[in-house]
Design a protein around this ligand. Structure first.
Ligand SMILES: Cc1ncc(COP(=O)(O)O)c(C=O)c1O
Length: 382
């Protein structure tokens, strides 16, 4: 269907893809070209180049006021490899990991790959689609090993309140469990109250969790495959050995390039892009609300809108959720593609709790594209 529509006069607008429309800034591109030209491409240490670990540590200090020793920072092939390594290092067969529903779908697979079981706990808009301590406590069972959270979250762009996060982590610690937090959208925050790393928790608390991060989103380097994780001291050598055996090292060219992300010019560019992401959010979400595609919680970060499509789906005569997963937002997404040539992701990709209610729009497209998308929605919804 996408191919047929793309060939027509009104090409598809793709708001289903969760990656920035920006590419790496000039200094980063130049650093990659130089690494190639200089033949500076041999394997690095399994944990990544020491200079890059130091740059990331300095970034935590200057941007977040948090002291993270370079030794605890392990460079990986994107957040994906970091999540994979963390799960393999910590999960034994049969262990259960609690995570919010909805959440990033691959997380369930990282847990399964380590022979664990992902337990999805339904969340509500009132909870900002995040877990609460009460929910974690109620769900904790004899096989529970820990929690996997993401803040800001994909698909909702909402963060977990810092007090709630600390309270969850305190509870998990009291059970001898692990708190894994995916902070891949950390730099892309638009509200004062949020946007701080979980690593800033006081004392031992901040040192005892695992934070996942990446050059993909804030640093606009999705296809370069580079990320990192911050682990407690005691885990460094375990993760190092696993990284050595499973991956040898992350891409050397990408690492050499990433050093330039922390140059003042690059950081200024990233901040200017962050303002553009915020401007897109501030335009797009009120427009969706106006058109009856209600976004129940204003995202405070990332570049997503998790919109309730029931009102429009009803208007279009779309059947409610069916047992086979079609109906509701699934059929709505197809209908939207047919009627408006607009592509969005149905809720079914992100969980089981209320998938038929929601679709995810990505706002990581230019303002012009977003304005066109709204014009098309307006035309088909009225
Ligand atoms: C929440 C979340 N975690 C991890 C990833 C994987 O990112 P990476 O490109 O760093 O592997 C994504 C990608 O969309 C994501 O949204």
């Amino acid at each position: 269907m996408a191919r047929d529509l793309a060939a027509g006069s009104d090409p598809l607008i793709l708001l289903n893809i969760g990656e920035p429309d920006f590419t790496a800034p000039p200094l980063v591109q130049q650093a990659a070209a130089k690494a190639i030209a200089d033949g500076d491409t041999q394997y690095t240490q399994a944990t990544g180049m020491p200079e890059l670990r130091e740059k990331i540590s300095a970034w935590y200090a200057t941007r977040f006021g948090v002291d993270v020793a370079p030794r605890r920072i392990i460079i990986t092939a994107g957040a994906s490899a970091a999540l994979h390594l963390a799960c393999l290092a910590l999960i034994e067969a049969g262990d259960e990991i609690l995570m919010p529903d909805p959440s990033y779908p691959c997380n369930q697979q990282f847990v399964s790959a380590a022979e664990g079981r992902a337990v999805l706990l339904p969340t509500t808009a009132d909870e900002r689609f995040q877990l609460t301590r009460a929910k974690v406590q109620a769900a904790w069972g004899k096989n529970t090993r820990g929690v996997l959270l993401a803040s800001p979250s994909n698909p909702t762009g909402t963060s977990i309140a810092p007090e709630e996060l600390q309270s969850i982590h305190e509870f998990v610690q009291s059970k001898g469990g692990i708190t894994l937090i995916d902070e891949i959208y950390l730099g892309l925050s638009y509200e004062e109250r949020f946007g701080q790393t979980a690593l800033a928790m006081p004392g031992e608390l901040g040192q005892s969790l695992i934070s996942i991060n990446s050059f993909s989103k804030y640093f606009n380097m999705t296809g370069w495959r580079l990320g990192w994780m911050v682990v407690p001291d005691a885990l460094v050598s375990v993760v190092e050995q696993m990284a050595q055996h499973l991956f040898i090292c992350p891409s050397t060219i990408a690492q050499r390039a990433a050093l330039a992300c922390f140059e003042p010019d690059s950081l200024a560019e990233y901040e200017s892009r962050r303002s553009q992401f915020k401007a897109r959010r501030d335009y797009f979400i009120p427009e969706l609300n106006r058109l009856g595609l209600t976004v129940p919680v204003m995202p405070d970060g990332a570049f997503y809108a998790y919109a309730d499509c029931r009102q429009v789906a009803d208007k279009w005569g779309i059947a409610k959720a069916k047992a086979d997963g079609t109906g509701g937002s699934w059929d709505f997404a197809f209908e939207l593609m047919k009627r408006a040539h607009l592509v969005v992701t149905p809720g079914r990709d992100f969980g089981n709790a209320a998938p038929a209610q929601y679709v995810r729009f990505s706002t990581a497209s230019s303002m012009t594209q977003l304005q066109m998308a709204i014009a098309r929605l307006e035309a088909v919804i009225g």
